[in-house]
Design a protein around this ligand. Structure first.
Ligand SMILES: [Zn+2]
Length: 355
């Protein structure tokens, strides 16, 4: 052995390091935050949250089929985990909805942190470094207040909105990104003019899922987007088709543009269902820009863009028109407690993930 021993040792160390690197994909950083302006117009301080630094989190894992899992990491005590099965069932229905509505398969699972607060902070900044990040299509944080539950009539409004709206919207992005068919606004590239389509598809998927799960909540989500009035706002019509990530709009205008994108995509979907539309885009190449999309929109609907906008305006009014049954429903006592805070100011902006 003699003089060779140190060299062998060194070699072994290198092999171990290589094996370790192969066994562990690179860590992924997850961020989610909510920024809130106070009455004085200044941003209120955010509570910093690092869920992976918390000791003793309970981990619950649910099968989503096809090798995919929903994992909850939570600091709630065992007696507050009763609604976890119903929560998982809703996520399963979300996957089924997205796959039926797009004709595509969602590839990965969902990691959901559920953390208890008394009361939940309105402004927060969450950051977690994940060793198992590659397994998840979506990583999300839900804040849950005292007395709130994981599902049912006393569900945390934050969690409820996340599952009804945010999750299907973001998984929609995941589906579109997994098989790119349109050019997106990426760093250093000129605006592609496709954002209205991408966000419109994700909004359409999300609002349709919410409508299946909870029609009353879905109406609230549509009202938040102002669908009954956005198309009569000339600025919205003017900005919609050129909307891009490099030129942020004011939060108020941006929310309206989301609503307009949803309506225009719905008009297109009425003429050509989404699975056929996405398959058509994939079949004709993966790099369509806004001009190509508008050409297809005209062809599929037989309408000029200005006529599509008129139809979208009418659709928006129809979606929120009072329903015949509504009068009798309204006269009943309101039994639902702890629903989403529809009456509150616009939802905080999510940073680090697309809204
Ligand atoms: Zn989006």
């Amino acid at each position: 052995m003699g003089p060779h021993t140190p060299r062998i040792l060194c070699l072994i160390v290198v092999i171990c390091a290589a094996a370790a690197a192969a066994a562990h994909p690179p860590a992924r950083v997850f961020t989610q935050s909510a920024r809130v302006l106070g009455a004085d117009g200044r941003e209120i301080p955010a509570v910093e949250i690092d869920p992976e630094s918390l000791d003793g989190l309970t981990e619950l894992t649910f099968d989503l089929g096809a090798g995919r899992r929903l994992r909850l990491r939570t600091d709630l005590p065992a007696d507050r985990l009763a609604g976890a099965d119903a929560l998982a069932a809703r996520v399963r229905r979300c996957y089924a909805h997205l796959e039926a509505a797009t004709g595509r398969r969602v590839a990965g699972g969902v990691l959901l942190y559920v953390l208890g607060f008394d009361p939940p902070p309105r402004a927060y900044a969450c950051r977690a470094v994940l060793d198992d990040g590659a397994a998840w299509s979506q990583v999300r944080l839900a804040l849950i207040g005292p007395g709130e539950t994981l599902s049912g009539p006393r569900v945390s409004p934050h969690l409820d909105e996340l599952l009804l709206d945010t999750l299907p919207h973001e998984l929609g992005h995941h589906l579109l990104d997994a098989r790119p068919t349109v050019r997106q606004d990426l760093d250093g590239r000129p605006p592609a003019g496709t954002r209205w389509f991408v966000e419109g598809v994700c909004e359409s998927l999300a609002k349709a899922f919410a409508a299946r799960e909870d029609p009353e909540a879905a109406r609230g989500l549509l009202a938040l987007r102002g669908v009954e009035r956005v198309m009569s706002r000339p600025t919205v019509r003017g900005r919609l088709l050129g909307w891009h990530a490099g030129a942020p709009l004011s939060p108020d205008l941006e929310s309206d543009v989301y609503g307009a994108a949803l309506l225009v995509v719905r008009v297109w979907e009425a003429a050509r269902p989404l699975p056929s539309l996405l398959a058509g885009l994939a079949a004709t190449g993966g790099d369509h820009d806004g001009g190509a999309l508008l050409g297809m929109l005209r062809e599929d609907t037989g309408l000029e863009v200005v006529e599509v906008m008129e139809r979208a305006a009418a659709l928006g009014r129809r979606l929120l028109a009072p329903r015949p049954r509504e009068l009798s429903v309204r006269s009943l006592p309101h039994t639902k407690t702890g629903g989403p805070p529809w009456g509150e100011p616009p939802a905080p902006q999510s940073v680090g993930a697309r809204p």
